[in-house]
Ligand binder design. Sequence first.
Ligand code: ARG
Length: 298
Amino acid sequence: MPIANEAMQWSGSLSQIPKVQILNRVLLGNPTHFSIEEAINVHMEDESGELNSVDSSLAMEQWNNLKKAYRDIGTEVHELSPVPGLPDYCFTANPSLVLPLPDGNRIVWLSKMAHSSRFKEVEHHASFFRSQNLPLKEFPETVDRFEGCGDGILHPGRFLIHAGTGSRSSIRGWETLSAEYPDLQILHYTLQDSRFYHLDTALAPLNENTALFVPSAFDPSGQELLASAFENLIPIPIEEALHFAGNAHCPDGKHVLLQKGNPKIESILLRKGFHPIPLETSEFRKSGGSVFCLKMAW
Ligand code: ARG
């Protein structure tokens, strides 16, 4: 299926897209060696240009709370054990993308990280998924950068992926997937705002028809494209978007794990029948990530 983008509206209908499973396990990365060493996104330094500094024991406590929150709602949690020298290793959303296929299988695409400080994270994802007997795929040389589920947001239950391009992923990876899976529908968005540098900072699907999104991260036609895929598209007010409300994860169509202190989005979620689970991720936000970034669904 051709990649639909902002210039070419998607006129398809969800009911015609093949069904796939919703991935209900998460992989977390132990943050023992989490640190901020280089500003690779705009959130990593303060107004005076100083690198943010992480409180390691607080980071560990917040990460343990995230792990517990998943377990409490019945999500199966797996962990990558600590590895020194990889400051962003806890952000497991990026080094791979697990794609559920219409035949019931899953396949793991290994990322091409945009920054060298993150290159080696990919091999840890590869060995984990190998140990789980999932098939692994690598992109060809021509794909310069591709950051997994940071820019590839699966549409819940359908063989459709929302694909971002910008500083972290180029169109080439999406072209590869499009050629590899003729039945996969890819909707492509060009990220507009450096504060929302991965698509997952600006879009959080909750179920097949509902998603949270950050309007200013998309151009007007990107917003229309989103509206063609989600009947209920909930705009996040900018102050809550900057507090990472859009980096939420809904693993089961009901519970929504999200950064604490986003009262407008929380009350909308409650009104729509979702169950928000607010969590503090302050230490990880200093590095430009929150709940969604801290897990790989598989
Ligand atoms: N410091 C990390 C980076 O810039 C944060 C990654 C956040 N992950 C995400 N999926 N948005 O790469």
